[in-house]
Design a protein around this ligand. Structure first.
Ligand SMILES: [Zn+2]
Length: 246
């Protein structure tokens, strides 16, 4: 993995040794990203618009191509004083999964937001949205099912609060993983291969409907601190295995 950055930028230590981040991403996702990844930190908007025509937009922090081999950090991150490391981690989650799926499936998979973004925010250890404490405080008064299940989103009384949504998705993924890690990753990998069937695959892998898993989560989320499962420490993590590609 290579990080290309403007000379004016003081690069964080984590980004000076990016292969360690990539190894951690492989271990976390139980997959292997075999193709080289380039992270390009755009120095300014004119460069961003030039290298990412049509994709670069103000307000967006970072973009990963569906090929999973290029990650772009946009100037939004520097402008807002956000942490580039958490954004690289977030995008690495997308990249590792994308390298293990077809192009079309990569595009479809990120549309399954509770899963694709939940994983990315979780692996990203992101603090850019709301804190876990805020989530637990807000959860009892929010319609968690409407935040998680895309089919129920219309029932939200107001606009979709993306800062809450991201963190809610993270906790839901962590909740599923904590109950049965092998089942969870079996499901996650199957969903990367056939994203349009994510709901049917959920029933199949968890032997539970998506709806009832969400209600179990909603009962537990506001009070159970363990919903925020930490990132696996390197030493305790299982060895990565190559996911069969089609
Ligand atoms: Zn994302």
């Amino acid at each position: 993995m290579t990080v290309i950055y403007p000379e004016s930028l003081q690069l964080n230590d984590e980004l000076r040794a990016p292969d360690m981040l990539l190894e951690e991403a492989d271990r976390f996702h139980r997959l292997h990203a075999g193709r080289h990844i380039t992270v390009f930190i755009c120095p300014d908007w004119s460069t961003a618009y030039r290298v990412l025509p049509r994709l670069a937009r103000r307000g967006i922090g970072a973009i990963t191509l569906a090929t999973g081999n290029a990650i772009y950090l946009l100037p939004t991150i520097a402008e807002r004083g956000l942490d580039p490391v958490e954004f690289v981690r977030h995008e690495l989650s997308h990249a590792v999964l994308h390298q293990n799926q077809g192009l079309l499936d990569a595009v479809r998979f990120v549309e399954v937001q509770w899963l694709a973004e939940g994983l990315a925010v979780w692996f990203g250890r992101q603090r850019a949205y709301i804190t876990d404490e805020e989530f637990r405080r807000l959860a009892p008064s929010r319609d968690l099912a409407a935040y998680i299940d895309p089919a129920l989103r219309d029932r939200l009384p107001g606009p979709f609060d993306i800062r809450f949504g991201y963190v809610c998705w993270k906790h839901f993924n962590a909740f599923l993983e904590a109950r049965d890690p092998d089942r969870y990753w079996g499901y996650g990998h199957a969903a990367t291969q056939d994203p349009r069937q994510w709901r049917r695959l959920f029933d199949q892998h968890f032997q539970q409907s998506f709806e009832s898993a969400i209600s179990a989560f909603a009962q537990q989320a506001p009070r159970d601190a363990s919903a925020a499962v930490p990132i696996l420490p390197a030493a305790a993590a299982p060895a990565p295995h190559k996911h069969p590609s089609r």
